[in-house]
Unconditional design. Sequence first.
Length: 138
Amino acid sequence: MRRIFGEVFQLLQRSMDVATLRQKAISQNIANVNTPDYERVEVSFEGELKRVLAERKEIKLQGMLTNPMHIPIGPPSMDSVKPVVWRDTTGYYRYDKNNVDIDKELVKLAENSIKYRAMSSLMGKKFAMLKSVISSRR
């Protein structure tokens, strides 16, 4: 499937999976807003994705190998970019040691939903383009 859709499809698919995971984490935070000693959950992904994309760009700019005996080192694979789920232990907002701020979580929930819809729309357009190419070849 990667050969058909390329890395854009793979990136959209991975990003949508991360958005789903992030939705679960935010929902868990909201559900535990009144749970004493609860530490909110975060999902990190975009920073690692930027790093891998920068490395891939840098490797492409380096050009050909200078000696045929050199071992080629390919760019990092998109498969190497994985989301990281972690607990935020950076501080407490309330006397019961719960650090969930419901207003911030609701903003993150809305932001994540908008991103997911945008990625879903792009995925639909990618499929529409593929369908157009297939139907025009008949």
